[in-house]
Write a protein of this length. Structure first.
Length: 217
């Protein structure tokens, strides 16, 4: 998915994403972006976050309790999948795959969120989708709740927001999560031409997980 020259007016300019880090791929998850601990706020020693537990879901409400040093990353589930092949990305911090039929593309990003201007995780996620979708964004009425699978436990999840539409034979799907406390965001965009995007998006979501690990005390 190429970047747009015109962005949706619903996205605050202060949430412009920082795309200055290189990408990679790994499984199990390894941080896609090298972050400086010194550049982040020190952890709140009274935090009650359970994000370090693989048994807990990371809801939008839970996001408010995350330690700012929490490590968040994608687990690349398509790197060895015979149904997908890697595509060269022109955008730092992003990586993409196309299915063997050549009908669908899955594009990923993990990186710095940027100033969220007082928004919570849910609000920042909606703003992120509106910004990144650009001309493809059709409005808040097309947004819905969903979840990423959390790395380490198929029974745990990371709450996200998603947006999808189909026009003629072109399908567009985006799922994203902003972590305001950790100053990080993850998203995936799936597009299909001549094939229903819904089942493909669900396949991608089932094979790619999000790791959310609190720092060791």
């Amino acid at each position: 998915m190429t970047s747009r020259t015109r962005r949706s007016a619903t996205m605050p300019a202060v949430l412009a994403l920082v795309l200055t880090f290189s990408s990679g791929c790994s499984s199990p998850p390894v941080a896609r972006e090298a972050g400086s601990a010194a550049a982040r706020p020190s952890a709140d020693p009274t935090s009650t976050s359970q994000a370090g537990s693989l048994l807990s879901d990371v809801t939008f409400a839970e996001g408010a309790t995350l330690d700012p040093r929490t490590d968040i990353s994608w687990g690349d589930g398509l790197v060895a999948d015979e149904g997908w092949r890697a595509q060269l990305s022109q955008h730092p911090g992003r990586w993409s795959y196309v299915n063997t039929a050549g009908t669908c593309t899955a594009s990923f990003r993990g990186g710095v969120l940027g100033e969220a201007n007082g928004m919570d995780d849910r609000e920042a996620t909606d703003a992120l989708i509106a910004y990144q979708s650009g001309d493809d964004f059709l409005g808040a009425d097309f947004l819905s709740d969903g979840v990423f699978v959390r790395y380490g436990s198929s029974d745990s999840s990371v709450e996200h927001r998603q947006f999808s539409y189909t026009v003629n034979e072109f399908g567009y799907f985006m799922a994203a999560r902003a972590f305001v406390q950790a100053d990080y965001s993850v998203w995936v965009i799936v597009t299909c031409e001549g094939e229903p995007v819904g089942p493909v998006a669900q396949e991608v979501l089932s094979k790619n997980v999000i790791a959310v690990e609190a720092p060791e005390e």
